[in-house]
Every structure is written in structure tokens, then in C-alpha cells.
Design a protein around this ligand. Structure first.
Ligand SMILES: [Zn+2]
Length: 432
């Protein structure tokens, strides 16, 4: 193995974005070879290749013991998408978790027979750490709550989800349950947001929003009085127009950006391509829509995710322009491995390399995260190797860059050690 390759495989990788379920959820996930291999982004490619959504549902239905029939329902589609980034990840899971060289009905039946042992406590952490050589993961589990995770308190760090607020969805009942504050106007809404950060800001690793799925990323500053009028309408139970939701959403998003800076939490934003298949309003998703937000909140660290695929170049330009922008290649190596490699090399020669994170898996199950981490390591190796070959870099420089994008930049941007200390302190003194 070359030195560079060995270095990339031996360096513990920071995983800045996952949706891994909690330990108890993982333990309830059926132990089923088809779930393990296919319950990830590849289902979208299967449907686009021609599998029916019903066949995909059956494929993932672990209550049906007929592994062969379930696989055969999507086999043709699988043959067409096994070479995509998502397909490659399926083949990696097959190889790494089951030692399976080819994904066939026979091999799947055999794997199901041989791997019937129930899931064990601690297995989730062990797979990620030992098989993925992952330093820690940052999890978005779609909620405000960020508490110490006793199945790996220094390993599983959590994001405060701000997606609902950015969409302009204000739910007085859940806010009251969480904070004891009754939202009556924009002032009490602001207090409630402060209370959420007060409660979870010390343990959280970041703030996260993926509202690009439901609205444009274009942000404009909003007056308190305009947001107040919309909020009062919402509190009266009246339906909001799309423009009104954008107004309240922008207002809430801005408060999140301010609080994130105050609590030293980077604000992560989904940009670019969607999970799933079908509907994707392409004007919502380019990262360039964010320019006014980035310019208005220079004290907030913004982490722009997924290379804004397919608006990759625009994101390089933003990273080159704004001191408060970091770029996260999470999920990109699996969406489109060649574009990701190309993006990495363009970024290296256009923007400061201390602003790039090379990996987040964006998965729910640990073996999928290991496969996606493998794709990121392979992609990083291919890109840096090409740079060395073209004599743009020495191998020594390439290794230093690998360390930077795999972990050093993340440790510089996020308060990882500080948050771990807070979590351990809370566990010790508050008995959580
Ligand atoms: Zn995600």
C-alpha cells in the first residue's frame, strides 16, 4: 500500500453528518441482510431504474422470510444501478459486513442464514469505530433535544434541529412542553428560542436545518413587525400563504443564526440535491441563494453541506469569498463520486483548504456509514494521488491535506473537546 493510502486509511475520520438512530432504535432494527444492504439512498436509484415502489417496499420488509423473492422483485433495476455511487455503497456493505463478493439471490440467502445472531448492545458504536475508523459522529435526529448519549457520550454528538423554524412552522404546544413558555407574540417566541439553546446549547455540536426540501434557500432580512403579523395569523389558526411562511421562516432562521454564534455552534445548512426521487425544485437549492444570510451574520460559522450538487462551482466561489463559510462534502462521494473528486481538486486550488470537511455519511445504519466512509477515503485518495502524480503536491503535502480535511479542520471549526467536556460534566453532576 502506498504511504498516502495507508495514511488515509489509518487516520480516524470525523463524520460530521449522520441520521443514525439511537441505541434502542438500532437494537430494534430487524437483523436482515436486505435491510442492511438496501435500506439507504439506493432505493431511489432502484425506483428511477424502473423498480416499482411496491417492490422496493417488499425488498425492505424483513417480516417476509423469502429473501430470494424480495430481491428478485428489484433484481433488474439493481443490475442497472449497481455502478452508481449508491450502488457501489451497497456492494461495499455486502463485502465489508458479509464477505459477499457478488450481490446475488444465492449469496443473499446464504448471508441471511449465516448472520442470524440478534443485534447486541454496543454493536453500533463498535461497527462505526472499529470498521469505519471514525473519530466521532455528529447526528441530526430531527429534534431540539441534545442530551448525553450514554451508549457513547464522546462519540455520538448531536445537532439542534432548526429546520421547522426555518420553514416558518411554529408549534406553540411543543414549544410550551419543551420550555414552559407560552408563545403569544414575537417577543415570547424569541424567549422560547433562547430557552432551547439555554437547555441544549452546551451539549450540542451544531445547529442544523434542511429546509431546502420545502422552501427556497434564498434568505432576506425581515422586520419584527412583519414577522409579528404572520405569527399572530398563525396563532389564530389561519392558514399562511407561502410568502408569509417565508417571512416567518426567515425571521426564525435569523434568530437561530444569532443564537448559534452566541453558543459557538456552527450552523449547518443542507444545500443542493435531495434524498429520494421525483420532485426537486432546482431553484430552491443552489447555495448562492444564501449570500445575504452569510453577509448579514459574519459572526456565525455556516457549514454548507453536500457540495450543493449540482451547483458545485458556485459553492467553491462562496467558500473563496466568505470567511464564515465552511464546506462539508458529506454524502457527496455517494451521490456522484466523480463530481465529488473534481470538486475536491477545484476547491484545493481555489479556496483555503482549512475550510473543507471531507466526510459525513448521512445514513441511518452503521454499516452504511462504514461503506460511505470507505467511498470518501477512496475518493480522497484518488484525488490526492492525481495531484501528486501531476506534481502539484508532494506526497508529504498530500498527507497533511488529508489530515486537515479528515479531522483537523473539523476540530478547528467545531468545539468538539469543549462539548465532550460539557457532556461528561453533565453526566457526572446532573445524573443524566
Ligand atoms: Zn442529512
Amino acid at each position: 500500500m502506498s504511504d498516502l493510502r495507508e495514511h488515509i486509511w489509518a487516520t480516524p475520520l470525523v463524520d460530521t453528518h449522520e441520521h443514525q438512530g439511537k441505541e434502542h432504535e438500532y437494537l430494534q432494527t430487524p437483523k436482515d441482510v436486505l435491510v442492511e444492504l438496501f435500506d439507504n439512498y439506493v432505493t431511489a436509484d432502484l425506483v428511477v431504474a424502473g423498480a416499482s415502489p411496491d417492490a422496493v417496499r417488499q425488498l425492505l420488509d424483513a417480516s417476509d422470510p423469502d429473501v430470494r423473492a424480495r430481491f428478485e422483485g428489484v433484481e433488474q433495476a439493481w443490475e442497472a444501478c449497481q455502478y452508481t455511487g449508491y450502488g457501489e455503497a451497497v456492494r461495499l456493505i455486502a463485502r465489508l459486513a458479509y464477505g459477499m463478493e457478488q450481490v446475488t439471490a444465492d449469496a443473499l440467502e446464504q448471508a441471511q442464514r449465516e448472520h442470524s445472531k440478534p443485534r447486541e448492545a454496543g454493536e453500533r458504536l463498535r461497527i462505526l469505530r472499529e470498521h469505519g475508523n471514525i473519530d466521532h459522529v455528529q447526528v441530526d435526529d430531527f429534534c431540539w433535544q441534545c442530551l448525553p448519549d450514554d451508549s457513547g457520550p464522546e462519540f455520538f454528538l448531536y445537532d439542534i434541529s432548526w429546520a421547522g423554524f426555518c420553514q416558518g412552522d411554529v408549534h406553540p404546544e411543543s414549544i410550551w412542553q419543551e420550555t414552559g413558555i407560552e408563545v403569544k407574540d414575537i417577543g415570547s417566541l424569541r424567549q422560547a428560542m433562547e430557552a432551547i439553546f439555554e437547555k441544549y446549547g452546551r451539549c450540542a455540536i451544531a445547529v442544523k436545518a434542511q429546509h431546502a426540501y420545502t422552501r427556497t434557500l434564498k434568505w432576506i432580512p425581515r422586520e419584527d413587525s412583519d414577522a409579528e403579523a404572520v405569527l399572530q395569523k398563525a396563532l389564530r389558526g389561519e392558514a399562511l400563504t407561502q410568502e408569509e411562511k417565508l417571512c416567518l421562516g426567515d425571521w426564525c432562521w435569523a434568530r437561530g443564526a444569532e443564537l448559534a454564534a452566541q453558543y459557538h455552534l456552527p450552523f449547518k445548512i443542507h444545500t443542493g440535491y435531495y434524498a429520494g426521487w421525483g420532485r426537486m425544485p432546482v431553484h430552491y437549492i443552489p447555495a448562492g441563494n444564501l449570500w445575504e444570510l452569510l453577509a448579514t451574520y459574519p459572526q456565525t460559522r455556516f457549514v454548507l453541506m453536500h457540495i450543493a450538487y449540482p451547483y458545485n462551482d458556485e459553492l467553491v466561489a462562496l467558500a473563496k469569498r466568505y470567511p464564515n463559510v465552511w464546506v462539508d462534502m458529506c454524502w457527496a462521494w455517494s451521490i456522484d463520486p466523480y463530481s465529488a473528486g473534481d470538486f475536491f481538486r477545484r476547491f484545493l486550488h481555489a479556496a483555503p483548504i482549512n475550510k473543507l470537511f471531507v466526510f459525513g455519511g448521512d445514513t441511518r445504519l452503521p454499516w452504511a456509514a462504514v461503506a460511505y466512509a470507505t467511498q470518501a477515503r477512496q475518493g480522497l485518495y484518488r484525488s490526492l494521488q492525481a495531484e501528486v502524480k501531476e506534481k502539484n503536491l508532494t506526497e508529504r503535502e498530500a498527507k497533511a491535506i488529508a489530515t486537515r480535511v479528515m479531522r483537523q479542520n473539523q476540530y478547528e471549526c467545531f468545539d468538539i473537546e469543549g462539548r465532550r467536556a460539557n457532556i461528561l460534566h453533565i453526566m457526572r453532576h446532573e445524573g443524566r
